[in-house]
Ligand binder design. Structure first.
Ligand code: ZN
Ligand code: ZN
Length: 219
């Protein structure tokens, strides 16, 4: 989801950007997301009052939030405090608010094959129902149900769950990373395709290897 397609971002930010505001202004901003920036513990909290609990009402929100702590696996993580771009639609339905959208966050870690540092992005999609209230007799902590906190919706648990599910089990520095040499541990992408050891000599080079051996014997 690129910001070029994201027309509604411009709302409420006069002259900041938008497709008509000219590209020149955007160039000087580099890759920084041009979105209202919200910091602090409320980054993932959204105010639902505008929906007025009227089924069918909806609103779109585009926000950059600071990534929460502890979001990762052994090999990769979303750095705490890094920018998470949220593109969301909140829609009132009879039992609560349905949130649909996506989040994009940076991902850092190391390649599962060659152990080189890697940096990429993770994009996750959501569709989650946040209910107004549990049914009578139902415990709020039961199962996977999510609930609104009064007029507010805290997206963080849904975001966390979506990211954890989407983390790559074997992150790679590139699709075709050749990994490490099993003999000497050299990173094969650096060592090059000719990197070989003794017995594993490519048959096409066999004659050459024999020559070298004979030279050594004569020395
Ligand atoms: Zn690699
Ligand atoms: Zn080697």
């Amino acid at each position: 989801m690129s910001k070029e397609n994201d027309k509604s971002v411009a709302r409420g930010v006069p002259g900041a950007h938008g497709e008509d505001a000219g590209q020149a202004g955007q160039v000087s901003q580099g890759n920084k997301p041009l979105r209202p920036h919200v910091r602090g513990s409320g980054d993932f909290t959204f105010d639902m009052r505008a929906l007025g609990k009227r089924p069918g009402e909806f609103k779109d929100e585009h926000r950059t939030a600071a990534a929460p702590d502890g979001l990762g696996s052994g090999l990769v993580l979303v750095p705490a405090g890094s920018d998470v771009a949220l593109d969301l639609r909140f829609e009132a339905v009879s039992e609560g608010v349905l949130v649909t959208g996506s989040a994009t966050a940076p991902l850092t870690g190391e390649c599962a094959r060659c152990l080189e540092p890697l940096a990429s992005l993770i994009e996750v999609g959501f569709q989650e129902l946040y209910r107004y209230l549990p049914d009578p007799g139902e415990d709020e902590d039961d199962g996977e149900e999510r609930f609104l906190d009064g007029d507010f919706l805290n997206l963080e648990p849904a975001f966390r769950d979506a990211v954890v599910l989407a983390l790559p089990l074997s992150p790679l520095c590139r699709e075709d990373c050749p990994g490490l040499c099993t003999e000497c541990g050299a990173r094969l992408a650096d060592a090059g395709p000719e990197h070989r050891h003794g017995a594993q000599v490519d048959p096409r080079w066999g004659a050459l290897a024999k020559l070298e051996l004979n030279d050594r014997v004569e020395d």
